[in-house]
Ligand binder design. Structure first.
Ligand code: DX5
Ligand code: ZN
Length: 221
């Protein structure tokens, strides 16, 4: 397994040219495509749904698609995204009435399950779920928008989650989402993350490869 995964968030891509944008970022060295789903209910913004995920698959995208559900309720969207070709699906536990059932639904649908924790969400929800998860997504901004600043307290939280994962003894990915840039990715990795979502840092630059290479160089140091 590749130690560090870089997952560009297409939230900051040019949606009028989405297929070409995904091709470009994968050609530039991205590992996974991060797909932000917002419903103007759980979060105050509205983005893209399963039809767009399926459209990317039909267009020919074979890379893993990491669906981050910022919707409430979650279960119907889990099923729809699994059918649409999602690889990983994560949801916010407070948006599901039955968290364990939703995790099981992701697994049963053939996808890799994850839980997403907001900056102020406690880690308690991992107590009885951690061993069932493929990934934990720690939000380092409040969900809803790209281009926000990294919340530094997340570094302490990452260290705690890393210890929990080590104690659990399973190979669970620790993903970080929000405000990830070339100049902070190394500190984030040192705190325990091994999968990095980056939207504006990549798509707001003309040369995606230059940014991804710079991130990998930081991670290699
Ligand atoms: C925020 C989304 C993030 C966001 C990251 O709710 O979950 O994936 O797009 O964007 P940047 O990297 O610009 O903070
Ligand atoms: Zn996200």
């Amino acid at each position: 397994m590749r130690p560090f995964l870089i997952a560009p968030s297409i939230l900051s891509a040019d949606f009028a040219r989405l297929g070409a944008e995904v091709d470009a970022v994968l050609a530039a060295g991205a590992d996974v495509i991060h797909f932000d789903v917002m419903d103007n209910h759980y979060v105050p913004n509205l983005t893209i749904g399963p039809m767009i995920c399926k459209a990317l698959r039909d267009y020919g995208v074979t890379a893993d698609i990491d669906v981050h559900l910022m919707v409430e309720p979650v279960d119907e969207m889990i099923v729809s995204f699994a059918k649409a070709g999602a690889s990983m699906i994560s949801f916010h536990p407070e948006a599901s009435r039955h968290v364990d059932r939703s995790i099981q639904l992701i697994t049963d649908s053939g996808c890799k399950p994850g839980l997403v924790l907001n900056p102020a969400t406690s880690l308690d929800c991992l107590d009885y779920t951690l061993h069932k998860l493929h990934h934990i997504l720690l939000m380092s901004v409040n969900p809803g928008f790209g281009g926000q600043a990294f919340i530094p307290e997340t570094l302490d939280k990452l260290q705690i989650v890393k210890k929990m994962v080590q104690a659990c003894g399973r190979d669970i990915r620790i993903e970080i989402d929000g405000g990830v840039k070339v100049d902070n990715i190394r500190a984030i990795a040192e705190a325990g993350a091994d999968m990095f979502v980056a939207g504006s840092a990549i798509f707001n630059q003309p040369d995606y490869r230059q940014v991804i290479d710079a991130m990998r160089a930081e991670l290699a140091n």
